[in-house]
Design a protein around this ligand. Structure first.
Ligand code: HEC
Length: 267
């Protein structure tokens, strides 16, 4: 799998270079045109941004999850990428800036998808033209990738014990989860912005555990089952507009974290 990524990276680096030499002019006029009107889905599919996304991103990313290609995936489907970026960057400008920033220079600091970083390794740094990346990011924001089953449905209730016993995690990881659980129980507010901020804080804590290199194999899968579903709640907390809903999400998170201790313990 790694070899194929390396090979792709080289091929893409070369073709990006060739492409960007003769594409600059059309891109500029496209940027102007795009901001003038709202595009329909069909227009978007014919746009320069979509074509660039097809040729430069869909080499690794599927457009949307496809069960028949699940085993061959080398990157998360673009629909999932959008699902993770949208709650964190709700206006188009912030969204575009974040996608461009990550793609120009992928890093663990910036990732909103620690699970996929662990699974596929960090996205390789590719030499993309900044204007093209902007067009692509705008397309990801504008384009409706359709529906795909929520991860929660695939993940919940999936946790398995280790031959009837709890999985042993490093003391630091358990302490991190303890502190997360404490935060969940001590948090109180009637201000929605506090909930949004709190969602970010929880996500950053969870990220550290998910990116931990020492967990592999089935233990790693189970850590991921757990955090994938918690992560979804954290993302909705970040984007939530209603205090009542935020409180419900928080309760859901508390329940999930209580359940953590049925499956994991300190080594
Ligand atoms: C050579 C394969 C490859 C290509 C080409 C590629 N990606 Fe990725 N991308 C990945 C992998 C692997 C991940 C998952 C790991 C990660 O998040 O870094 C990823 C993740 C991402 C993420 C999520 C980042 C995060 O972790 O928060 C974004 C955004 C993204 N890609 C955008 C793009 C865009 C836009 C393009 C096209 C310009 C593109 N990618 C092309 C492999 C690729």
């Amino acid at each position: 799998m790694k070899k194929s990524i390396q090979y792709l990276t080289i091929t893409i680096a070369i073709s990006t270079f060739l492409f960007s030499c003769n594409n600059t002019k059309t891109n500029k006029s496209q940027t102007v045109k795009k901001s003038e009107k709202t595009l329909s889905q069909a227009d978007i599919k014919n746009s320069e941004g979509y074509k660039l996304m097809e040729s430069k991103c869909f080499i690794c990313h599927l457009e949307k999850p496809d069960p028949s290609k699940k085993d061959k995936m080398i990157a998360p489907p673009m629909l999932r990428v959008k699902e993770h970026y949208l709650p964190n960057y709700q206006n188009k400008e912030d969204f575009v800036n974040a996608v461009v920033a990550f793609t120009k220079n992928p890093s663990k600091d910036k990732t909103l998808m620690p699970g996929t970083v662990k699974k596929f390794n960090l996205m390789p740094k590719l030499n993309y033209d900044e204007n093209e990346l902007k067009l692509i990011a705008e397309t990801i924001y504008d384009y409706n990738f359709g529906d795909a089953p929520k991860m929660r449905m695939q993940m919940s209730g999936n946790l398995k014990l280790n031959n009837g016993k709890r999985w042993k995690l490093k003391k630091e990881s358990i302490e991190k989860v303890d502190s997360l659980t404490n935060k969940l129980y001590s948090f109180k507010s009637d201000n929605i912005e506090d909930y949004n901020k709190f969602g970010k804080e929880l996500f950053n804590d969870a990220k550290e555990i998910m990116l931990d290199k020492s967990y592999t194999g089935e233990k790693f899968n189970q850590i991921h089952n757990f955090f994938n579903s918690a992560e979804e709640d954290m993302h909705s907390l970040i984007a939530e507009k209603s205090v009542d809903n935020a409180k419900k999400t928080l309760d859901d998170l508390k329940e999930k974290f209580n359940n953590f201790y049925n499956f994991f313990e300190a080594e």
